[in-house]
Design a protein around this ligand. Structure first.
Ligand code: 5GP
Ligand code: MG
Ligand code: MG
Length: 180
């Protein structure tokens, strides 16, 4: 039996080990290095969830680049339109830049679709997305994600930057909710 941990009221077990995650991140970085050779991309990492992924990814990025960090606020607009996500903290002018958005996980995809729309309105030269995890079954609208670390089942995960109600971001393995 795998060792389990308790976070708040729930039990979790290791799902993807740190060494596996880090090898995969190095492979993602190497694809990005090839695709952006001769360019100077600006990485936009979405806080809080992507902080650990972004740090690990950047250690293996060898092209000349910049990185900055954004937040996405989400609030309920109206009953009918659902949640609205607003980008906070983008001070850089991204017009004409090659942008790589760094995200922890794409679930329904609705957050990333809005982030892409808002960034595209500022006329970057190009825009791509790198996410460490994606749940393909949960996608609600078509969304192109150029670099995906791991496609995972539609289950709640935690660790490696991802939280459960504020806790667990520091865990260096990825955990999944234990079967009830
Ligand atoms: P989406 O808009 O794609 O449904 O959701 C994106 C955000 O929801 C992610 O950036 C992340 O903060 C949160 N999220 C989605 N799935 C999970 C999960 O399995 N675990 C955790 N901790 N957060 C998740
Ligand atoms: Mg996120
Ligand atoms: Mg969260």
């Amino acid at each position: 039996m795998k060792p389990t941990i308790q976070v708040h009221d729930k039990h979790f077990e290791v799902f993807i080990e740190k060494s596996v995650i880090e090898n995969r991140i190095a492979a993602l970085a190497s694809s990005i290095n090839q695709d952006y050779e001769g360019k100077r991309p600006l990485f936009l990492a979405i806080l809080n969830g992507s902080f650990m992924f972004a740090a690990e990814l950047m250690k293996s990025i060898s092209v000349s680049c910049e990185i900055t960090f954004l937040r996405v606020s989400s609030y309920q607009a109206t009953e009918s339109s659902g949640k609205v996500h607003q980008i906070l903290g983008l001070l850089e002018n991204i017009e004409g830049r090659d942008i790589v958005v760094v995200e922890d996980i794409v679930d329904t995809g609705l957050t990333m679709i809005e982030i892409k729309q808002q960034l595209m309105a500022q006329n970057p030269a190009s825009l791509s997305v790198v996410t460490l995890f994606q749940k393909p079954e949960a996608l609600k609208q078509p969304l192109e994600v150029e670099y995906v670390g791991f496609e995972i089942e539609n289950k709640f995960v935690l660790g490696y930057g991802l939280d459960y109600d504020g806790l667990g971001r520091n865990l260096s393995d990825l955990y999944v909710l234990c079967p009830a």
